[in-house]
Design a binder for this molecule. Structure first.
Ligand SMILES: NC(=O)c1ccc[n+]([C@@H]2O[C@H](COP(=O)([O-])OP(=O)(O)OC[C@H]3O[C@@H](n4cnc5c(N)ncnc54)[C@H](O)[C@@H]3O)[C@@H](O)[C@H]2O)c1
Ligand SMILES: [Zn+2]
Length: 699
């Protein structure tokens, strides 16, 4: 598609949307509607880069549906209302589905659900209906075919009738078993449907890496999942850590002479769970009557942010297969199921101005300041625009009304400006040519999306590096928060990382708001950080592309931090998950005289720069805490607690419905609170636990 095609179709979309809102659409618009919808389906399903919001897509879709209802003779078999999506690529072989993979009918409130229930009761002649309710996973649909208990094919939904054969990619998803004993249930061939997702944590890590590289993050986990499924490198697919939920036995044939041992949808979810699939067995609930269904949907919506993955609604299905058959389906969706869509987490606001933030590595990040607006329970007033290209591509202007989306834990982003609301007073955004902090000229390295300030003494960068160094996941120096760092920096008391360890406490003690007690606390916290393990220091240095996990990999590979300087890029790439980008960045960092001087200075100041073997006497926990869950077999709990205390540690324990906790180390009490949320503290096996509490144990 060329640029002119793109702008023509964008223009056409705008015109049709305006007509739809003004209720001025006529049958003369039918063909235009169809071609515009097909185009947006392709952007959405295949490219994973939608250009319009779901609401706008749905508005156009409903207009077409209404027109076709008015004039049924104008319906064509290839109309978007007669089939699902436009999801086929030219990159993979096309395969027919054993039965069509349909979409779902949508509902948005309790009344819609009651109407659905009424329709089902009337069509079946039943007084009450049993429903199975489960989450509507927000990812990409797939179909899996098993023959003789073996996975033989995995495909995308495609256009509903045919899909892309992506078997090698599907085989990379660990929650999809390659063999499953369907034969134990009399089944020879089974086609099952599910949704491929990327969980919120993995999505965040993936986006952080994109941002760190100066790129533009993906809008949501759904786009990440559907985009990943279409990568032509199965190993890369494996690295992206996709997950799959399966929720529907779409079709099956029986082994000769056998009979099925299930008659409801709920039973098949249990069967698939027992066969080793991840089905919504724990999340599903079966209800009689629609009222309880509505209540369950509301409860689930209230808790959606606590789930590790995104859902965009619930799906309500008639549980009994015999009734499902009686209800049948349209060409677009089954009549026995309906999606209940949660409230969209989008809102419009006015773009007031752009702030430019200087990052730790000198990258200039534009941040849109918008009129505060409530989305999904939080107030949003700052929205990152990531880089200049994003502003140009979306043609965002100061004064624009913008559509802001915030999905779950995902950082808010600007979907687009509402161009039709412009009144001519909007002004283009002029990206700065000089650093807002130090006024040095900015550079944009080739192949990078971000402009950078390359002045290492740039005050904003110095501050950002200090913030990062003391942060919770780095050296974790409490009491030296952003406000204090800024204050000390302004007063000339702190201007570099080693400066933290040479702070003039006398001068600080004379500042307003600093009593003897708080100064002492600050001193102790800084002192304690010297014993932080090496991997934290590696992370704290703020090397580009080196996150927490990567820092651990690097620290574990050497005895002394200096040894990292001796590794070639090839040697670095031999480490787990180290690719060319990371290797180049680490190599460049340790080849730099300033970095080496910094490391030598920190060593002289007494920070831990080696991977020391674990000491087994007093104070052996090195300021760390550990979590042990499970049953101790080789020693008694009281014995373990005694040993921990002998070594200067503390113990806290607790039981929740799922886990038994035993947290040991310095500060175990407060860590226990976190452990309940399965925090990032190290989880031990019994053997590791015993070796940690050391030689005092003989048994
Ligand atoms: N913005 C755009 O350009 C654009 C373009 C096309 C479509 N869309 C959006 O996509 C919607 C249509 O997409 P769709 O056809 O995938 O429908 P959908 O997302 O509204 O619902 C159907 C899908 O839900 C999934 N699903 C998740 N959990 C499920 C469960 N437990 N049981 C059954 N199904 C489950 C299945 O993949 C199924 O195909 C539109 O309403 C629109 O909002 C947007
Ligand atoms: Zn600067």
């Amino acid at each position: 598609m060329t640029r002119t095609d793109l702008s023509a179709i964008t223009q056409q979309t705008k015109e049709l949307l305006k007509k739809a809102t003004d209720k001025a659409i006529t049958t003369a618009d039918i063909e235009a509607l169809r071609s515009v919808l097909r185009f947006h389906e392709y952007r959405y399903y295949v490219l994973s880069e939608p250009l319009v919001s779901d609401f706008e897509y749905d508005t156009l879709y409903k207009s077409l549906e209404a027109l076709e209802k008015e004039a049924p003779d104008l319906v064509t078999p290839d109309s978007p209302t007669q089939r699902v999506g436009q999801g086929l690529t030219k990159d993979f072989p096309t395969v027919p589905h054993l039965v069509p993979m349909l979409s779902l009918d949508n509902s948005y409130n309790a009344d819609d659900l009651r109407t659905f229930d009424k329709r089902v009761r009337e069509a079946t002649g039943k007084e009450v209906i049993e429903y199975c309710v489960e989450p509507k996973f927000d990812g990409a649909s797939i179909s899996l075919v098993y023959e003789n208990d073996k996975l033989v094919r995995g495909a995308t939904r495609g256009d509903g009738v045919r899909g892309d054969d992506i078997t090698p990619n599907i085989r990379q998803i660990r929650s999809i078993p390659l063999t499953a004993a369907f034969s134990a249930h009399g089944i020879h061939t089974a086609e099952i449907r599910g949704e491929v997702l990327i969980n919120k944590n993995n999505f965040k890590a993936f986006n952080d890496a994109l941002i760190e590289g100066g790129g533009q993050p993906l809008a949501n986990p759904r786009n990440a999942a559907s985009g990943t499924l279409r990568i032509k490198d199965p190993l890369e697919v494996g690295r992206r850590k996709l997950e799959a939920f399966v929720y529907h036995l779409g079709y099956y044939t029986l082994i000769k002479g056998q009979q099925e041992d299930f008659s409801t949808h709920g039973e098949t979810l249990k069967m698939m769970w027992d066969l080793g699939f991840r089905s919504p067995e724990k999340e599903k609930k079966v209800f009689t009557g629609i009222d309880a269904v509505i209540e369950y949907c509301n409860d689930f919506e209230a808790g959606r942010d606590d789930l590790p993955y995104e859902i965009d609604g619930m799906v309500i299905k008639v549980n009994d297969f015999a009734l499902q058959d009686r209800l049948g389906m349209t060409t677009h969706h089954p009549r026995w199921a309906i999606a209940y869509k949660f409230k969209a987490r989008q809102a419009t606001s006015k773009l007031l101005r752009i702030d430019y933030q200087v990052g730790r590595t000198g990258n200039i990040g534009p941040v849109a300041k918008v009129e505060p607006v409530h989305i999904g329970g939080v107030t949003v007033s700052s929205v990152s625009l990531f880089n200049e290209d994003v502003i140009r591509e979306k043609d965002i202007r100061i004064g624009d009304t913008v559509l802001v989306e915030r999905a779950g834990d995902v950082i808010p982003y600007i979907v687009k400006p509402l161009v039709e609301l412009r009144d001519g007073s909007e002004t283009p955004i002029v990206f700065p040519t000089h650093c807002p902090s130090c006024s040095d000229p900015l550079f944009r390295p080739e192949e990078e999306a971000a402009w950078r300030c390359i002045n290492i003494a740039c005050p904003a960068q110095v501050l950002e590096r200090l913030f990062h160094f003391v942060s919770k996941d780095a050296m974790d120096i409490r009491g030296l928060g952003a406000a204090n760092i800024e204050k000390f920096h302004k007063l000339g008391l702190l201007s570099s990382i080693p400066g933290i360890y040479r702070l003039n406490f006398e001068a600080i003690g004379s500042l307003e708001g600093f009593g003897a007690k708080s100064v002492e606390k600050l001193r102790a916290a800084i002192e304690a950080s010297k014993t932080q393990p090496l991997h934290r220091l590696v992370f704290a240095l703020g090397i580009r592309h080196v996150g927490e996990t990567m820092a651990k990999t690097l620290a574990n590979a050497v005895q002394h931090i200096r040894d990292l300087a001796a590794l070639s890029e090839e040697q670095l790439m031999a480490l787990e998950d180290v690719g060319p980008k990371v290797a180049a960045s680490v190599h460049a960092f340790f080849r730099n005289d300033d970095s080496l001087a910094l490391i030598a200075e920190l060593e002289a100041l007494g920070l831990t720069v080696t991977n020391a073997p674990k000491p087994s006497t007093g104070g052996s926990f090195e300021g760390q805490s550990f979590l042990f869950t499970g049953t101790l077999n080789r020693l008694k709990r009281s014995q373990a607690e005694g040993l921990v205390e002998q070594q200067g540690g503390t113990v806290a324990s607790g039981v929740s419905s799922k886990l038994q906790y035993l947290v040991v180390g310095t500060d175990a009490g407060s860590k226990l609170e976190k452990a309940k949320k399965i925090a990032s503290i190290k989880i031990l096996t019994e053997d590791e636990f015993i070796s940690l509490i050391g030689e005092g144990f003989e048994g």
